[in-house]
Design a protein around this ligand. Structure first.
Ligand code: GLU
Length: 449
């Protein structure tokens, strides 16, 4: 995981947000625009449609005060970006991260537009975030940040306009506070305003593991297409948060694959480590120690026979599958050459983990890339199911949620795969061709262009 470097609570009264300092290769919004441009050229999009899709329709950028436990007031920077809502309400997560910028949020919002379109659910794309380090906040402070954020965006979001969800460093507990604040402001219940809620507050069964479950469905279909026996494959995983944990568990339990290593951020040491187990890591054990220690505990892993290496070692592991499941820009032009020639599939559990330069290098090597907007769409798909259940006030058993999710992910995989073969293009471009065409069509039917 990228550095979640410390930000001293006492050093400043503000969290010091900035727009973008990224170099062009690792600038996520530039990456998102270039990905669109490539598809727009092939689809011969008219100029107005193309320009509308290059930019978010709306964005909200604000500061808000939070009373800290020591009595001081700290000012936080928050964002909510609605990239496109031609196919339905804007939809996408909220990240709490010390390096969050509005620029990154724009890219993530655009990727949500393509994600909801490629999976074919009636939603658009949005994203939000707060520049903060939740590890340095007490529970009370975290709650006040969550409620403070909602007070700023309460008029901008809603079940029929823009629906947030969990993402990096936010979870169902944060969603519960946010729901409560929104409902208090509006004076009525509105469970569909936010997804990823705890089940007792209208959350869907299966939402917690949905993204990882979906990642594994796409891996299963990719391996079938490549005629590779999943149970004989090995994998290397980067990131052991919600997505990484569920991916590891389903990969091992459902596909019978062998997880060789897992890389994870150590919040105490403020560095990442890679934990190797050549006869196969046990995801349930790793999840257990993460639950009790907040991270894969080095000593516990060593005691259980894991070899501990540096945080980059996951990338050069000799495996069949590489699964980045943390943050953007984890595979760049500078690091792509360290990937083992044995790797056949790259499954993007994270949003934007591969830069365009690295993507091109992987293509030259014949790696089968399952692009993020398809690979990690399981979370937003179950978020959509959650909204459907909220609207009916009638809830489905977990198996029904997972069956419907499997069906959606499998169908989307094959639509993209067929497009790639028909147009003789790489998978990412094929996914963009499918989704951009769908969004452009909705815009045209609405008379926007
Ligand atoms: N944060 C997840 C994503 O990037 C899920 C978004 C949602 O459920 O709205 O896809």
């Amino acid at each position: 995981m990228s550095s979640a470097s410390s930000e001293s609570k006492s050093s400043s009264a503000s969290t010091g947000a900035q727009d973008s300092t990224a170099a062009p290769e690792t600038d996520p919004f530039l990456t998102a625009q270039r990905q669109l441009d490539e598809a727009a050229g092939i689809l011969e999009l008219d100029e107005a449609t193309h320009q509308l899709l290059r930019w978010p329709l709306r964005e909200l950028k604000f500061v808000f005060p939070v009373r800290m436990d020591d009595g001081s007031v700290k000012v936080f920077h928050g964002y909510r970006v609605q990239h496109n809502d031609a196919r339905g309400p804007a939809k996408g997560g909220l990240r709490f991260h010390p390096h969050e910028t509005v620029h990154t949020v724009r890219a993530l919002a655009a990727w949500m537009t393509w994600k909801t379109a490629v999976i074919d659910i009636p939603l658009g794309g949005g994203k939000g975030g707060v520049c903060c380090n939740p590890r340095e906040l007490s529970t009370g402070e975290l709650e006040r940040v969550s409620r403070g954020y909602i007070r700023r965006v309460a008029g901008f979001i809603g079940p029929d306009s823009d629906v947030p969800a969990p993402d990096v460093y936010t979870d169902s507990r944060v969603m519960a506070w946010m729901l409560d604040e929104y409902e208090a402001i509006h004076g009525r219940h509105a469970p569909g305003v936010i997804t990823g809620k705890p089940p007792v507050l209208g959350g869907s069964a299966g939402r917690g593991d949905a993204t990882g479950f979906g990642v594994v469905v796409t891996i299963r279909e990719a391996l079938k297409a490549l005629r590779i026996d999943a149970s004989r494959t090995t994998a290397s995983l980067q990131g052991f948060g919600k997505v990484g944990q569920a991916t590891a568990i389903h990969y091992v339990n459902q596909l019978g694959g062998k997880l060789i290593c897992v890389s994870s951020w150590d919040h105490e040491d403020k560095t990442a480590y890679t934990f190797f187990k050549h006869d196969g890591a046990d995801p349930a054990f790793l999840r257990g120690i993460t639950d009790s220690h907040g991270t894969i505990h080095k000593d516990k892993a060593l005691q259980a026979g894991y070899e501990v290496r540096d945080g980059d070692a996951w990338r050069s592991a000799e495996v069949d599958l590489l699964i980045p499941a943390a943050l953007e820009n984890m595979i760049t032009a500078g690091t792509v050459e360290t990937i083992s020639p044995r790797v056949k599939v790259l499954a993007e559990g994270a949003n934007g983990p591969t830069t365009r330069e690295a993507d091109q290098a992987l293509r030259r090597r014949g790696v089968f890339v399952i692009p993020d907007i398809l690979c990690n769409a399981g979370g937003v798909t179950v978020s959509y199911f959650e909204q459907v259940q909220n609207a009916y006030n009638f809830y489905w058993p977990e198996q029904e949620v997972l069956d419907r999710l499997d069906e959606k992910m499998t169908a989307a995989f094959h639509v993209v795969h067929a497009m790639a073969r028909r147009m003789d293009v790489h998978n990412r471009l094929a996914a963009y061709l499918v989704s951009v065409e769908r969004v452009a069509k909705a815009m045209k039917l609405r008379g926007w262009v």
